[in-house]
Each structure stands twice: as structure tokens, then as C-alpha cells.
Design a binder for this molecule. Structure first.
Ligand code: ATP
Length: 494
């Protein structure tokens, strides 16, 4: 928030009162200040307009960024390209009566290439490009943010016209700052007005024939966004931009070493392997630091040693969001291997992939293909299956490392919730129960009996498959990711 401005206004008001007290005529000062304010506003000072310089230079830079400049992020690129096809095939989609796409939301951790994707989208669709950040719209004064939103859309149209284009992309970083749930902020009137204005502008896009605007928002917290923003017709495409895995890191390193002379001993694969948890921005910084190091040594080429030393520099210089220690990685790998093996046991063919890359609040995850039968109801078998999978992480840790960790807390919460549903739906030996008269102890005992029974079964299964579990875990530690097909092949062999 722009607090300096508020402090400035306070000081000016204080000064005026002081001048009045010592009987100095303040009218000329007030008139002069008013004149400066009006002229400033007219020329865009103090509003989004003062970003005009950045906006225009962004526009030129955007033309230079293409999807080839973005390493990895294959799924995100693919999803974005599919969405952009509607814009490039404007004639066809209009003829079919397809509603113009108005907003795409990119969600993921900082430095993973969201801005790059938006710029590449602009050059791919031959659009003018404007960037702003959610925090630029947020002021203490009612109406200022809304006015800035209007200015931004107006400026997008103007810029496109000036550049002879018929399309413009507005990129709003940190959109959660401006698009959070309405009615929740202390100065909520101003927040709500700003967000309402954004909704109005986005709704107006459909009728805008002269310049077609597409809004690309970026956030790390899509859950904070007001549901009105996510409803169809606004940001109706959600594209996840995650931390890169090993292969993606290699691609990103290749992008950022394109313009650098590399010595024969440089093994980017090895560097990618050692940079677990790095974002694209970290890798860019790593390549840059390696070049700086080479320059300091007056070397003509960048060597593997330069890269190695820079890894440490980037790691020490910036605290990575999540970078588990080697021991923790081992534990996470065993935990996820447990989930994956048991998931494949209770629902064969269901594991799409397993990874130990953190995502959201999870340190690793097993992606399961959705159950076709899963709808509004859950059967007794389905609850049991889920309980098997949920308990497997902790049991795998216990069997292989001799103890459990707090990593299973989330799993247990979900398991307890399921066990509660199991008992309340009359599936336990208690039969049909009345929640009102059932004592807490009896309820708890019924839940525990179910959880214990499944835990024992999971323990027996994992103990029997211990060598395979270790194999999966050690591959996960090395490669960070295993495809479901590989897991199934190993299971078939075992
Ligand atoms: P933030 O959320 O902090 O705004 P972001 O996700 O928008 O971050 P970018 O600004 O796009 O991240 O990326 C920062 C820099 O990191 C880029 O300028 C680029 O050099 C590098 N970078 C990030 N991701 C990639 C990638 N996938 N390929 C190549 N370079 C990348």
C-alpha cells in the first residue's frame, strides 16, 4: 500500500493548520497545490498512468519473448496455447458464436515464469502488452483504485491502437491483492469498488469490437480470490504454473545459457539434478552468477565449477521457499512411495504420477486419476480404499525409518473425517446410529477400531512389499518423479 502518500498528505494538512495558527494566509498555497494536483492527474501522475514508461517498454519487450524462451512448463504452455487459439482464430470462433475469452488465471509460486508466459501470449497473439500489479490499485481513498482500473483498460486500448494492433493483453500480477473476497478488508469499501470496477471492465470486453482485451491474472493464492472473478466469463481458465522438475530445470538452464560460452566440462544435466526446489528465476540467477564468476576470473568460458559455486551462492543468497534437507527428502520419498504403492494396490491403474516436489502445502504428492464412479455418494468400499491410501504414508515411514513425522498430520485429519462419515452413515459395527445420543467415547472407539483395522492391513501389505517400496523411494529421491506406468511395471515384476 502507498503509505508514503498518506503520510505526505498528513504533513501538508498539519503544515497548513500551523500556518493558519500563526496567521499566514494559506489560500495561495492551497490554490497552487490544487493546480499541481489537477495537472498531475491529467497527465496521469499518481495513477496507473505513471507506469506509462514501463508499460510501453514492456510492450516492446513482450514482442521479443516467445514460448521458446520458456523452459519446461509444458502443461502450462499447452493449456495457455489452447486458450489463445480462440483469440487467433477469432473469425471462426465468432462465427460459431463462442463467447470471447476474457480472462486467464495463472497460479503458482513466485519466479516460475508467469510473467514470461503472459508476455509470450502477447507475442503469440500479436497483442499489445501492459503489466500492472494488484498492489498498485490499492489505496486508502475510495474511488482511486477503481479509477486506476478504468485507466488501465483505457490505456490498453490506446496502446494497441498506437501500435496498429487489434488486441491487447493486460497482465495483472498479485491479482489476489485486488481481487480478494469482497467485504473482508478493513477499508473494504475501496477494495470492493476496485474489484467491482475490474468486473465491470471485464464484462465490457465482449462488446469491445475495436480492440479485444484479454486479462491475464497471476496469483500464488487462487483460494483467496472472490468467487465472482472465477465464474465463467471472467477468469474462466485456470492454468497452474508449478516449480520445475529436473527435466524442466534442464530446459530452463539451456534457455539461460544460450548466450553464454560453455566449457566442454559443463554438464547442465548434473546442475539440474543438484538444483532441486529452484524456480526459473533462481536458475536464471544461477546462470548469471556463473557468468559473473567467470568474468571475475577473466575466464573465456563458463565451467562446471562456476556453476557449482553459483548454486551455493543462489541458495545462500535467497532463502528458497521449500528446500528439505537430504534426510527430509528421504522421508518424504518413503512417505510418498507408501501412498503410491497402496493406491495402486487398492485401485489398480489409478496412479498417474508420484513426485516429491512441493506443491501448495504438500511436500510431495501422488496424483491419482479420478475414480469414474466418484460422484455425490461414497460407498463403503470407496471410503475404505481412501483410508488405506491416507494411512500408508505414515505407516511406510514407521516401517522403514522406525518413526513417524508431522508430515502425516494432513493425512490423518482427512482420515478422521472419513472415519466419522463412515460411522455416521451406519457402516460401522454399531449399525445405524443417532448422533445426538451416541456418547463421545463410543463414537471415538468406533472410529478408532476402523482406523486401527485398516492401519494393520496397510502395515502387512507394505511390510510384504518393503524392497519395492525402497526401490520406489530411492528412484524418487534421484528423479523426483515417477510415472504411474513405471510403478505398475515394477509391481508386475515383484
Ligand atoms: P512473480 O510471481 O514473482 O511475479 P513470475 O512467476 O511472474 O514471478 P517471472 O517474472 O516470469 O516469474 O520470472 C522471473 C525470471 O525468471 C524471468 O525473467 C526468467 O528469466 C526466469 N524464468 C522463470 N521461469 C522461467 C522459465 N520457465 N523459463 C525460462 N526462464 C524462466
Amino acid at each position: 500500500m502507498n503509505y508514503q502518500k498518506e503520510v505526505g498528505y498528513g504533513l501538508i494538512a498539519g503544515l497548513l493548520v500551523f500556518l493558519l495558527l500563526i496567521k499566514i494566509n494559506v489560500l495561495p498555497f492551497v490554490l497552487f497545490a490544487g493546480f499541481i494536483y489537477l495537472v498531475g492527474d491529467r497527465f496521469g501522475l499518481g495513477g496507473i498512468g505513471n507506469k506509462a514508461g514501463t508499460v510501453l517498454s514492456d510492450a516492446t519487450k513482450a514482442q521479443l519473448t516467445t514460448f521458446d524462451d520458456i523452459g519446461g512448463q509444458e502443461t502450462a504452455k499447452q493449456e495457455l496455447l489452447e486458450a489463445l487459439e480462440f483469440i487467433n482464430e477469432d473469425g471462426i470462433s465468432r462465427a460459431l458464436g463462442i463467447r470471447p475469452l476474457q480472462g486467464i488465471l495463472l497460479s503458482g509460486p513466485p519466479g516460475t515464469g508467469k510473467t514470461l508466459l503472459a508476455k509470450a501470449a502477447a507475442s503469440y497473439t500479436d497483442s499489445a502488452f501492459l503489466a500492472a500489479s494488484g498492489s498498485e490499485f490499492v489505496e486508502m481513498y475510495a474511488g482511486v483504485g477503481a479509477q486506476r482500473v478504468r485507466q488501465l483498460f483505457e490505456r490498453a486500448r490506446e496502446t494497441a491502437r498506437k501500435q496498429g494492433k487489434t488486441k491487447a493483453i493486460i497482465f495483472i500480477d498479485e491479482i489476489d491483492v485486488l481481487g480478494g473476497h469482497r467485504g473482508q478488508h478493513s477499508s473494504h469499501l475501496e477494495y470492493d469498488q476496485t474489484l467491482n470496477q475490474l468486473l465491470v471492465e471485464m464484462d465490457g470486453i465482449a462488446n469491445d469490437n475495436d480492440v479485444r482485451i484479454l486479462v491475464i491474472g497471476a496469483t500464488n493464492r487462487p483460494d483467496l480470490l472472490d468467487s465472482a472473478l472465477l465464474r465463467p466469463g471472467r477468469f474462466d481458465r485456470l492454468v497452474r504454473v508449478d516449480l520445475p522438475d529436473k527435466d524442466a530445470r534442464l530446459q530452463i538452464l539451456k534457455v539461460h545459457t544460450r548466450n553464454k560460452p560453455l566449457a566442454a566440462d559443463v554438464d547442465l544435466k548434473q546442475i539440474a539434478q543438484e538444483t532441486y526446489g529452484f524456480s526459473g528465476a533462481h536458475l536464471e540467477s544461477l546462470a548469471n552468477e556463473a557468468a559473473i564468476l567467470a568474468m571475475r576470473e577473466r575466464a573465456k568460458e563458463l565451467t562446471q565449477r562456476h556453476f557449482r559455486q553459483s548454486i551455493e551462492k543462489v541458495m545462500l543468497g535467497e532463502t528458497l521457499d521449500r528446500r528439505p534437507s537430504a534426510k527430509e527428502r528421504e522421508r518424504i520419498s518413503i512417505h510418498e512411495a507408501g501412498h503410491a504403492l497402496v493406491a495402486e494396490h487398492v485401485r489398480p491403474g489409478s496412479v498417474a504420477n508420484v513426485t516429491i516436489l512441493s506443491r501448495g502445502n504438500a511436500l510431495g504428492y501422488v496424483r491419482q486419476t479420478p475414480n469414474d464412479d466418484a460422484g455425490y455418494l461414497q460407498t463403503e468400499e470407496q471410503i475404505r480404499e481412501q483410508l488405506w491410501v491416507l494411512l500408508a504414508g505414515a505407516v511406510a515411514e514407521e516401517l522403514n525409518l522406525g518413526s513417524r513425522s508431522t508430515g502425516a498430520t494432513g493425512d490423518f485429519q482427512k482420515a478422521i473425517e472419513l472415519a466419522r462419515r463412515y460411522v455416521l452413515s451406519g457402516m460401522s459395527p454399531l449399525g445405524v446410529v443417532d448422533k445426538e445420543v451416541l456418547s463421545k467415547e463410543t463414537f471415538h472407539e468406533a472410529e478408532q477400531a476402523l482406523l486401527k483395522e485398516i492401519e494393520e492391513a496397510v502395515r502387512a501389505y507394505l511390510a510384504e512389499h518393503s524392497p519395492l517400496l525402497r526401490k520406489v523411494a530411492s528412484r524418487l529421491q534421484q528423479e523426483e518423479r515417477i510415472e504411474g506406468s513405471c510403478l505398475r511395471a515394477w509391481l508386475a515384476e515383484s
